[in-house]
Design a protein. Structure first.
Length: 251
């Protein structure tokens, strides 16, 4: 993915990593469209950042995705980058069936959401001479945080989906890039924005932008902090990493 000159749609960009990445891409000369469920937030962002496009979308709703895709493509026919940012993270206790609703919501948003988004845009992206689908997994796709089982599973699914789509779409103009965040200071979980174990948001996005600029053909965007989790099994210290992760509870 080139660092500039793109038209980018980021559903799930009204806060956190999504919004910070959207603004960083905008500063680098990209046309950026953000999506979210809350129209008041979208209006506020549009007012504060003139030129940023907005569209209402609920990625847990298949109909909303189809409507938003039609809107985005009608207004921004040069679209060549889709970043499937939208996601949720919840703690769950599987000692009783009370976890089920949360688990189903997580899988719907974090797995079905990106699948439906890709389905809505892939045909168009294949018509562009240089296109990118950026998925968003997590360091927790590679080492589990005990309190977020469905989130861990959803991000592991996104990792393998990304690996497979990269193979399938190799004969097209569409690149598949996987963004693999560590714990970042956002509101993804209560208290995470102030968690000293999490990476400051501005530092994270700055490092991501540096990676994209230095390595436009990168398949997995990994800041240094996430490699502790990402390569635990390859290093042979997986059990130690899992123990450290769950002792410090960085989320």
């Amino acid at each position: 993915m080139d660092i500039t000159g793109n038209t980018v749609f980021i559903p799930g960009a009204t806060s956190g990593i999504g919004l910070a990445l959207a603004l960083a891409l905008r500063e680098r000369g990209n046309t950026v469209v953000i999506g979210g469920r809350r129209t008041d937030l979208l209006e506020k962002i549009a007012a504060e950042h003139p030129g940023v496009g907005t569209v209402r979308i609920d990625t847990a709703d298949a109909g909303s995705i189809q409507a938003a895709a039609a809107d985005v493509l009608a207004r921004f026919p040069e679209l060549n980058v889709l970043i499937t940012m939208a996601g949720i993270m919840r703690t769950e206790d599987w000692h009783s069936p009370a976890f089920l609703e949360s688990a189903e919501d997580t899988i719907t948003t974090n797995v079905l959401g990106p699948i439906r988004l890709i389905a809505a845009f892939v045909e168009h992206l294949r018509t562009r001479p240089d296109a990118t689908i950026m998925t968003v997994s997590s360091g927790l796709a590679f080492a589990p945080l005990k309190v977020t089982p469905s989130y861990n599973a959803s991000k592991a699914a996104i990792h393998m989906l990304s690996e497979t789509l990269r193979l399938q779409l190799a004969d097209t103009s569409v690149r598949v890039v996987e963004l693999e965040p560590p714990s970042v200071q956002t509101d993804l979980l209560p208290g995470q924005a102030d968690n000293e174990h999490a990476m400051p948001l501005d530092e994270y996005v700055a490092e991501v932008m540096g990676i994209i600029e230095a390595r436009p053909d990168v398949a997995e965007i990994q800041v240094e902090r996430v490699k502790f989790l990402r390569y635990a099994e390859a290093r042979g210290d997986y059990e130690k990493v899992v123990a450290v992760l769950n002792a410090s509870d960085p989320h």
